[in-house]
Design a protein around this ligand. Structure first.
Ligand code: SF4
Length: 436
């Protein structure tokens, strides 16, 4: 019997018809799971809707600030890109700016301009300068302060750049900086020196891409390419298709990954056409930049579902930010929201000491406190790795609360998530032994 016949055989319907139970849609399922009335996650099969849903608050926002805009326009990612909030006038039209924000925006020159998609603005506190998402995207005077240990290129990426736009730090993988454009500009961006440069935002250079591809072709030890930027999804479908095709054709490349924030800040970018391209170059992996549970909207549920349904493993990256998400309850809600939407919480980053970012940086103790609040208290899948990207090219270093209490004879003494101490027989071990 062929495999196909066997599958057909196994999938034969039962003799007595079983009536279909009505199934909740995914948003209802998420609400039920969050309310605790379901012990196990129940997600209904994803409905293939052609248009993006529009959340109620977002709809009210665009009717107020973009009257006359149709839902089709609003859901067109190119319209969202063209209509980004870029100027002080536009910001002032939508937000009640504090004097500090107003002055900081007016002073700004150079890279990392203000840039916010209308969709993402609809999630922000229009009257509250302390609201979490707003703080991450509207600059304040703190951005102009410089403190000890900060640098424009804190990770020393420029030092590990053999050809423009390619960072080769780890032996078997490279970071391919595809573009300097993002749909939104995060005030804590590690690559603030590179992104959103005036006059050059939309420019990219195929010649630069060709040089990077030639480097990868010549370095057979490279098996993993991460496309980043800027945001690779700001690149048009044709060019992205071309780039993925060129990289996929390199025999020694096993992993192709894409890092993007657009499924969160411009979820409408995840179009059926884009999904077709991503499927064509399968297998791909994705890292999605997320910050706060307020981002988990019906639109984002849809963009994540499209990517997950395309068979792309999704992981998240979150930067720990003071006054934004440095709270165990907020972080737990975010991690649960991701997992329910089929995104594995992957990295929690200690904020890099980028110039002018002191107001965003927490102590490392705070990060460990958050990991302690997650570990053991919720499913392990919801616990990301907490890492410091070591300054000057040291790479990622993982941090975790130390469970080793000491040693008693042959027993290793370990503290569990409740603070209780347990013994593990470890006669050949030295871990926990006090140094003389
Ligand atoms: S989306 Fe990424 S690259 Fe762009 S500004 Fe934010 S952190 Fe920087």
């Amino acid at each position: 019997m062929s495999l196909i016949t066997m599958r057909g055989h196994a999938l034969k319907p039962p003799l007595r018809p079983v009536p279909d139970k009505p199934k909740p849609d995914i948003e209802t399922s998420l609400k039920i799971a969050k309310s605790g009335t379901l012990t196990a996650l129940h997600t209904a099969p994803h409905k293939h809707i052609l248009r993006f849903p529009v959340g109620a608050e977002t709809r009210a926002f665009y009717r107020r600030f973009y009257p006359g805009t149709s839902t089709v326009e609003w859901n067109d990612w190119r319209w969202q890109m063209r209509t980004r909030i870029r100027t002080l006038d536009e910001l002032s039209r939508i937000f009640r700016l504090s004097p500090d924000e107003h002055d900081a925006v007016a002073r700004h020159q150079g890279s990392l301009p203000v840039g916010i998609t209308p969709y993402y603005a609809s999630l922000m506190g229009l009257d509250d300068p302390q609201e979490a998402l707003r703080r991450t995207h509207i600059m304040t005077g703190d951005e102009y302060l410089r403190t000890a240990g900060e640098a424009d290129d804190p990770l020393g990426e420029d030092h590990d750049t053999p050809v423009p736009g390619l960072v080769h730090r780890y032996p078997d993988r490279v970071l391919f900086l595809t573009t300097g454009t993002c749909s939104t500009y995060c005030r804590y961006c590690t690559r603030s020196r590179l992104v959103g440069n005036p006059g050059g935002e939309y420019q990219f250079s195929v010649r630069q891409w060709e040089a990077a591809i030639a480097y990868i072709e010549a370095h057979t030890e490279v098996r993993d390419v991460l496309l980043s930027g800027g945001d690779p999804f700001t690149i048009g479908d044709d060019k992205l298709d071309w780039l993925l095709g060129r990289l996929r054709a390199i025999k020694h490349i096993e992993f192709l990954r894409i890092g993007s924030k657009m499924p969160v800040v411009l979820p409408q970018r995840i179009t059926r056409d884009l999904i077709r391209i991503l499927r064509k170059h399968s297998p791909l992996w994705m890292s999605i930049h997320v910050t706060h549970p307020a981002e988990m909207t019906p639109e984002v549920t849809e963009s994540f579902a499209r990517l997950a349904d395309a068979g792309i493993p999704l992981g998240s990256q979150t930067v720990l930010l003071k006054g934004v998400n440095d709270d165990p309850a907020i972080m737990t809600e975010l991690m649960h929201g991701l997992l329910l939407r089929r995104v594995k919480p992957y990295y929690l980053y200690q904020c890099d000491p980028i110039s002018g970012s002191a107001h965003f940086r927490t102590s490392v103790d705070k990060g460990l406190e958050i990991i302690s609040a997650l570990r053991g208290h919720t499913t392990g899948y919801a616990t990301p790795m907490y890492v410091i990207d070591a300054p000057n090219g040291g790479g990622k270093i993982q941090l975790a609360p130390d469970p080793v209490v000491g040693r008693d004879g042959i027993d290793l003494l370990l503290r569990n998530f409740e603070g209780k101490v347990f013994r593990y027989p470890d006669p050949d071990g030295t871990l926990g032994r006090k140094h003389a």
